[in-house]
Each structure stands twice: as C-alpha cells, then as structure tokens.
Design a binder for this molecule. Structure first.
Ligand SMILES: C[S@@+](CC[C@H](N)C(=O)[O-])C[C@H]1O[C@@H](n2cnc3c(N)ncnc32)[C@H](O)[C@@H]1O
Length: 254
C-alpha cells in the first residue's frame, strides 16, 4: 500500500503516513478481520515459484497442489500435450508450461471469469501461445479430436454439507463452484474417470488432486473405468493428495 519495500520501510520509519493512507489501511484491516485472506486482498498468490493473479471466480492456488506439478513433470513426454480441467487461475498448466518449453496445453473451466484470469496469468508468464483456454462442463468443453498425454485436474472435492463448516477464509471467499464436489465430494471424479480414457493417448495418464480421505474411493472409480497402475501419492504432510492412473493400450473407459 505504501509502495515501499522492506529496506525503504526501515529507512523511512519515522515518516508520517497521510490520512488517506491511514483510512485505506483501516479498510484493508477490516477486510482481513472479516476473514478475507491476504492473497485475496492484494489480488495475487505465489504457486510453484510463480506469481498468479486472482479474481472472485478463482480459487487461491494452494501449496498442496504443487505435488501434482512435480508428478506431471516426471511423466510428461518430450513435446507432450496436457489437459487441465477446472483450471481456475491456470496455475497448473502455466506452472508446467513455464518449466517445459516443449509442451502444449488445453485448460478448461465452467466459469468465464476464471478463464479470463487464467488468460491474464498465461500472458504474465509468457506461455499464452501454448495454452488454449476453453469454456465448458468438464470434457464437454473439448471440441477437437485431439488426444492428450496427460490429463490433470484439481476438481472441487468437498462434500456439499461440509462446505458450510469450512473456515471463513475459504467458505466466504473461495467460489462455491471451486469447492463443492456434490453430496459425497466425488461427483467430478466420476465424470473424469468415465471420460478420461476417450481423451488420452494409449499409455497416457490421468492425475487428480484428492482430499486426504478420498484415495480409496477415487482409485476405485478409475479401476472401474479400466485404468491400470493406479497409485495414491502423499503430500509433504504425509496425507494422500494425488491419484494417478495409467490408460494402457486397449483400455476403455466405461
Ligand atoms: C478446486 S478449483 C481448482 C482451481 C485450480 N485448478 C487450482 O488448482 O487452483 C476447481 C475448478 O473447477 C472449476 N469447475 C467446477 N465445476 C466445473 C465443471 N463442471 N466443469 C469445468 N470446470 C469446473 C471451478 O470453476 C474451479 O476453477
């Protein structure tokens, strides 16, 4: 707000702050006290070492999701194509494209404002020519016959009844569309497991972020859809965080 970095702040600590600035600061403090996060107030948040702009339609990127990037970087082939569904700020495909200049991506979301923010973030990080943004409901957003090496998603996965019980910082400020995964929190995974096989190349993989207690249920959905080599990966806190599944030749999603 003052436009000063830490050093300038220390050097100018005896300067008087104007009344206008004092009242803006009071306004910001009021927002913070109501539960709004610092990232929402300043309008951006760091993810995978990159800065992402936020708007009211986007989830704040979380450090938990960085595991998905690490795993994806390990398996994405040279010149690979990836699909990210429910992209929000675009943090997943943009972090991958910045780290893999050979790769290309498609990202979808049901919310137009979220896609606009993802577009801004893609330009901010110089990957806009390698990222196609599409509006629509999960696979319904895709129009072409393209097939992907990797399908990623951090879908909404909170049970509907639990959303209201979340901390104010989340339930009052993160968009409901980014949180609510239906009555059992698994609705988006059912759609992704049923459809992913039709959009993957043989040998391709799907990787989804999950809630800490959803590993078994989400693995079972991918197994039922014909995926193989299904594994659950833990985050740095030791909690189940990502399910990955392999689409082997001839595998058919049911
Ligand atoms: C948990 S947020 C994840 C956002 C971002 N990928 C991240 O990791 O920070 C889920 C995203 O899915 C989007 N979404 C919800 N329902 C959708 C649907 N039916 N089709 C496509 N996207 C959807 C939301 O708008 C939101 O951006």
């Amino acid at each position: 707000m003052l436009g000063l970095d830490a050093l300038q702040l220390a050097l100018n600590e005896s300067e008087t702050v104007s009344n206008t600035l004092t009242s803006s600061l009071a306004e910001v403090l009021k927002r913070r006290l109501s539960g709004e996060s610092v990232a929402r107030i300043i309008g951006h948040r760091e993810f995978y070492g990159l800065d992402f702009g936020l708007n009211a339609a986007t989830l704040e990127p979380r450090p938990d999701t960085e595991l998905l990037i690490d795993l994806a970087l390990d398996v994405l082939p040279e010149g690979g194509r990836l699909l990210d569904m429910g992209t929000g700020t675009g943090c997943i495909p943009i972090a991958l494209l910045v780290n893999r200049p050979d790769a290309g991506a498609v990202a979808t979301d049901l919310n137009m404002e979220a896609l606009a923010q993802a577009g801004d973030n893609a330009r901010r990080h110089g990957v806009e020519r390698r990222l196609t943004l599409l509006l629509g409901d999960w696979f319904g957003a895709l129009g072409s016959e393209e097939r992907f090496d990797l399908i990623l998603s951090n879908p909404p996965y909170i049970e509907s009844a639990v959303v209201e019980t979340l901390a104010a910082e989340v339930k009052d400020f993160d968009p409901l569309l980014a949180l609510d995964g239906g009555p059992d929190g698994l609705a988006p995974y059912r759609v992704i497991a049923a459809g992913a096989g039709d959009w993957l190349r043989d040998g391709g993989r799907v990787m989804v972020e999950i809630g800490f207690d959803q590993g078994e249920a989400v693995s079972a959905l991918f197994a039922a859809a014909g995926f193989e080599a299904i594994s659950v990966h833990k985050d740095l806190a030791g909690l189940d965080r990502v399910v990955s599944a392999h689409h082997l030749k001839g595998a058919k999603a049911s």
